[in-house]
Design a protein around this ligand. Structure first.
Ligand code: NZQ
Ligand code: ZN
Length: 395
């Protein structure tokens, strides 16, 4: 392992009715809360009424800000910041999926920031302070509920970029699997794919041949097996509490930092997907379903010496494939098993499944993936030429 330091200071409340039991005490007497939410799912399923009733009963002043989009826009965040400043908000409560939570992090940081919020995302402005924030998660997917990351889209430049700061780590996360019952089939599936992708991003890491990290590998393998075992049951019965519960805890642990310790993960597939989402505004998990198997195939073909051993280990440990003649053959079987699993669950496998194309905008997609860097990824760094080939293969 590489040396590391690790801390997850977010207070996690997990299980049935935790919102009712813990929201008010977790808030610690704010003067005014900004209740941030998305396109209306929490209004339709009753969670909005539940949360506002709890705030009102505790005489906690709040103002609501709805309409945060999937792939949240910086323009919407700026709007919320203006309202939050005007209303002297001193706590941001995000109730929603990753998009709402990511937007809430930039709102919390932007309230004290004089310039454009996009400068924070670009890293041109480094925040010194932020309004505290808490999360009530409604969709198991991103892990944003207990991490310091946030991914924001700029419509004007059609860019989508991640940023992060320990200052926007949620103070608390209230995770009740019942609040995910109404997530429809497609977004439940995209969430599952995102969770698995976060596990893969950290499994396929920098210097896998020289830096041993067997404990981290074992944790990731077991989490992947758990997600794979649970996904079909969950998608067959969206109200299955135990399946929702398992997926929710796997989603949180997949990206709360614990699986990253001692290794630098790859993350090229996420950057490739963010470019696709920036241009086509597709759900993150749908993009990952198309990108990840193609990325695996590309890195295996380009540099089997570096990549085949760990891809083959994934095949045997995660998909229970018997070792074949060599690591390369086993690795290919593992990639096929992953593609088949996602396809059988109903995920897209090519851009054409979403009525999209990449051929006429290969350069644009590549630029939006690299975002000024010479390469992306750490398992096998990829340059513009590599990215062109990967985007072409997604057609
Ligand atoms: O907007 P509402 O009406 O709430 O509907 C949402 C949205 O349409 C719906 N939904 C959420 N909870 C629901 C529900 N519908 C019914 N019942 C519920 N309980 O689901 C749709 C998708 O929601 P969204 O928040 O966009 O999904 P997700 O949680 O997958 O978040 C995706 C965003 O997070 C970023 C992605 O790039 C994307 O922008 N990511 C953030 C990360 C992080 N902060 O660490 C890491 C990830 O890799 C990812 O990049
Ligand atoms: Zn993701």
């Amino acid at each position: 392992m590489e040396n590391f330091s690790f801390s997850v200071p977010t207070q996690l409340f997990f299980g049935r009715d935790v919102v009712k039991q813990h929201l008010v005490t977790a808030l610690h007497h704010p003067k005014k809360v900004l209740l941030a939410y998305g396109g209306g799912s929490i209004r339709r399923n009753g969670l909005y009424d539940e949360v506002t009733a709890l705030l009102e009963a505790a005489h906690i002043d709040y103002i609501s800000f709805g309409g945060i989009e999937p792939n949240p826009r910086v323009e919407t965040v700026e709007e919320a910041i203006a309202i939050a400043r005007h209303e002297c908000v001193d706590f941001v409560l995000a109730v929603g999926g990753g998009s709402v939570i990511d937007a809430a992090k930039l709102i919390a940081a932007g309230i004290y920031h004089e310039g454009h919020a996009w400068d924070i995302v670009l890293g041109k402005a480094v925040i010194q302070t932020a309004v505290p924030l808490g999360t009530i998660l409604t969709l198991a997917a991103t892990g944003s509920e207990t991490n310091s990351g946030s991914v924001i889209t700029n419509l004007a430049t059609s860019e989508k970029k991640g940023w992060g700061s320990p200052l926007v780590l949620p103070k608390f996360a209230l995770l009740d699997p019942q609040n995910t019952f109404t997530v429809p089939h497609n977004h439940t599936l995209y969430g599952i794919i995102d969770i698995m992708s976060h596990l893969f991003e950290q499994y396929f890491r920098q210097n896998p041949l020289t830096v041993q990290n067997p404990y981290q590998e074992a944790l990731i393998e077991t989490t992947l097996r758990q997600v794979i075992a649970t996904a079909p049951d969950l998608l067959a019965n969206l109200n299955d509490y135990h399946a929702r519960e398992t997926m929710m805890i796997c989603g949180t642990y997949a990206l709360n930092g614990v699986l990253r310790i001692g290794s630098n993960g790859d993350w090229a597939s996420h950057q490739i997907e963010h470019a696709l989402s920036a241009v086509y505004d597709i759900p993150h998990g749908a993009g990952l379903a198309i990108v990840f198997p193609h990325w695996m195939h590309y890195v295996l073909t380009k540099d089997p010496e570096t990549t085949a051993p760990l891809l083959a280990k994934m095949a045997t440990q995660v998909f229970a494939i018997q070792p074949l003649a060599d690591d390369i053959a086993t690795a290919h079987a593992g990639i096929t098993a992953l593609s088949d699993f996602w396809r059988q669950l109903g995920a897209p496998t090519k851009l054409r499944d979403l009525q999209l194309t990449s051929t006429d905008i290969l350069t644009d997609l590549t630029t939006k993936t690299l975002l000024g860097q010479p390469s992306v990824g750490h398992f096998l760094p990829l340059t513009a030429a590599d990215l062109h080939q990967i985007f072409a293969s997604l057609e």
